[in-house]
Write a protein that binds this ligand. Structure first.
Ligand SMILES: C[S@@+](CC[C@H](N)C(=O)[O-])C[C@H]1O[C@@H](n2cnc3c(N)ncnc32)[C@H](O)[C@@H]1O
Length: 387
């Protein structure tokens, strides 16, 4: 089935699956180059609203395909034997039956499934990951429907799996609407989600995007600290038809390379997202007006919202790097790079451009480069010196 058939009307899922697929494609190859076992955990497997009979539009099938591709490429190109292990969890009985139908047909990976809630399955998952042995690396995907079922305390053992990394779907759209709920029960559930009540002070008095950013940043900061991760970033997934954030995909890792791969997936996904939103918005207009439009959806698409977000977050990232330079005067390129890329919608090319601008205006020099090196590199003790 084509992507149109699989994802029309749920383009946010297309973007989520694109990021997952693109990330895992490179992750599995890179990690599989030095680890003998890859352990993939999907805590909220579904299938959920899937249209493909082969589950091509389900995260578990997408992930398994990428892991297999990497394993086969590593075997062919490097003679490496990498073992794949997956734990797929699903609470709903009907969805679980479909998941089981899929996994029963898999014989080239070790797969464990469980028809239960995450709250009741964390020890099983931890045990499964441990059984992968000392040369295994785990990737945990947490993709819930709302903001319950993955409370910070619940997922703490998963965040602490080391070596390992996580991708969490933070349902910004849902959360935004209820953050101010006067109901004690809702406030308590947020406290459990964030792992503390500190989020309240962080979002108080803020409006719209500022408020969403503060909530996402606070959640990511807590999860990063609890899991002992060194680095994190996030991707914004927009509503297909309206100019609002649907959810943020929060990625946490202990390795800088992971950020490079995740940001690359995010950047490619943003082009896919704008194209899918153009189609979705045209469909909505045509349905409302009852007549088709003369021009192609891509030509008619108003990308002002996306552009304004892109400007907003790249300016924010630029500000972070600039403040570090002004206060410390000497900042390693690695540090500047992670500051520039720890939020959504700012990329490696942006940092390179700011560096060129600061150099041209006489504010910046670069130290530690080889005689013929033109631009700073990560991992080579290159330093940005602010004058
Ligand atoms: C958003 S869907 C997952 C979609 C899937 N990851 C994908 O991208 O194809 C969330 C799934 O989690 C299941 N679920 C909801 N609460 C759960 C819980 N507490 N523990 C485990 N699964 C849960 C739902 O039945 C649903 O199938």
């Amino acid at each position: 089935m084509s992507n149109d058939e699989l994802y029309t009307g749920r383009e946010q899922t297309l973007v989520k699956h694109f990021i997952l697929q693109k990330y895992l494609e490179r992750f599995a190859y890179i990690v599989g180059s030095h680890c003998d076992v890859l352990t993939y955990v999907d805590c909220f497997s579904g299938p959920w609203n899937a249209r493909s009979e082969k589950f091509e539009d389900s995260s578990f099938a997408i992930a398994l395909k990428e892991l297999r591709n990497a394993r086969d490429a590593l075997a062919q190109q490097r003679g490496r034997r990498v073992q794949l292990r997956c734990f797929f969890l699903e609470k709903d009985r009907a969805a679980y039956a479909k998941l089981k139908e899929f996994t029963d047909g898999v014989s080239d990976a070790q797969i464990e499934t469980r028809n239960s809630t995450l709250e009741e399955s964390v020890p099983n998952i931890s045990d499964f990951v441990r059984r992968g042995g000392s040369n295994a690396f785990s990737f945990v995907f947490i993709d819930p429907k709302g903001w319950t079922g993955f409370e910070m305390e619940t997922i703490t053992p998963l965040l602490r799996l080391n070596p390992g990394e996580v991708l969490i779907n933070f349902m910004t759209g849902h959360i935004r609407r209820f953050l101010d709920s006067p109901q004690e029960e809702t406030q308590d559930s947020f406290k459990r989600l964030f792992g503390s009540s500190s989020f309240r002070a962080k979002v108080q008095g803020l409006e719209q995007l500022e408020r969403e950013d503060a909530a996402v940043e606070e959640y990511a900061r807590n999860a990063k600290a609890i899991g002992g991760f060194n680095f994190g970033s996030s991707a914004i997934v927009l509503h297909p038809e309206i100019d609002r954030t649907h959810f943020n995909l929060i990625y946490l890792t202990r390795n800088l390379k992971g950020i490079e791969v995740f940001k690359d997936a995010e950047k490619k996904a943003m082009a896919v997202q704008e194209s899918a939103r153009a189609d979705a918005q045209q469909r909505k207009r045509v349905a409302r007006q009852g007549q088709s439009e003369l021009f192609d959806s891509q030509e008619l698409h108003d990308s002002t919202h996306y552009e304004s977000l892109r400007n907003r977050y790249s300016a924010k990232a630029r500000g972070l790097v600039l403040r570090a330079l002004e206060s410390k005067r000497r900042v390693s390129y690695d540090e500047a790079w992670i500051l520039a890329l720890s939020g959504p919608l700012s990329w490696d090319g942006d940092l390179k451009q700011w560096i060129e601008e600061w150099k041209a205006s006489g504010h910046l020099e670069i130290a530690g480069m080889q005689p013929r090196q033109r631009v700073p590199h990560r991992g080579e003790e290159n330093y940005l010196i602010w004058k």
